[in-house]
Design a protein around this ligand. Structure first.
Ligand SMILES: *Cc1c(COP(=O)(O)O)cnc(C)c1O
Length: 228
């Protein structure tokens, strides 16, 4: 199947999942995950209507950004090391992986220097198997309170990587957990915090994520095929 066909098919799947959940597909931001994907293919995806791209490494994104530039909105979805923050800020419109005070302080410092405010999502480790990164579910509210005070950071939501389980139904409890945390943070009414985004769901499990309230899904393989 061609890239365009993959995108059409994916959008149909998103529509079906939304219908099942009584939601509108317009609520869902599709972030096409372009890690390991070459420039030409990324450009073709953009020409086929992709507006958001997700990368998990700053260095890889830097090279691509030189060519692609602001034709798309850039999302950093992978772990960010403090020493890469300065390079990340000019590229990325969203950082989905804020998971330590140390990192948040570095983002704040550089954002102020560059006179920017960076939309940030807090990465939550809803399952131990999926990733070693992310704040604990129990610590999420307190963590949001801490980083909300930092200038240059705009806390706009939560992100998680679902557990890697063969049946997407098995991932549902983790997505539900993230949604509950989002509601808790929202209800806490923290100054400068607006819980706009729930970033969850990938190729294997985005339909379940949409049913559980995701409004940003991060999809790579369903668009670009298997990675090497
Ligand atoms: C690679 C990656 C994705 C996309 O995964 P697919 O299975 O290719 O859809 C989503 N989120 C994160 C954080 C990733 O690293």
């Amino acid at each position: 199947m061609s890239l365009t066909d993959n995108i059409i098919k994916l959008k149909q799947r998103i529509e079906i999942a939304c219908k099942k959940a009584g939601r509108s597909p317009h609520e869902i931001t599709l972030v096409a995950v372009t890690k390991t994907v070459g420039i030409d293919e990324i450009q073709r995806a953009i020409d086929s209507g992709i507006q958001h791209i997700g990368e998990n490494r700053v260095q890889e994104a830097e090279q691509k950004f030189e060519q692609i530039g602001k034709q798309a909105t850039w999302h950093l979805i992978g772990h960010l090391q403090t020493n890469k923050v300065k390079k990340a800020i000019p590229i990325f419109d969203f950082i989905h992986s804020v998971d330590s005070l140390h990192l948040a302080e570095a983002i704040s410092k550089h954002a102020i220097q560059m006179q920017q405010e960076i939309p940030c999502l807090v990465e939550v480790k809803t399952s131990a198997e999926a990733t070693k990164f992310g704040v604990t579910p129990e610590g999420t509210l307190e963590f949001v309170r801490q980083i909300a005070r930092l200038p240059g950071i705009a806390v706009q939501g939560l992100m998680t990587i679902g557990a890697f389980l063969p049946d997407p139904e098995q991932v549902r409890p983790y997505f539900r957990m993230l949604r509950k945390l989002r509601d808790e943070v929202e209800q806490a009414g923290i100054d400068r915090v607006a819980m706009h985004y729930l970033s969850m769901g990938m190729t294997n499990d985005f339909e379940v994520a949409i049913e559980e309230g995701a409004n940003m899904i991060r999809v790579g393989r369903a668009i670009f095929g298997e990675r090497n």
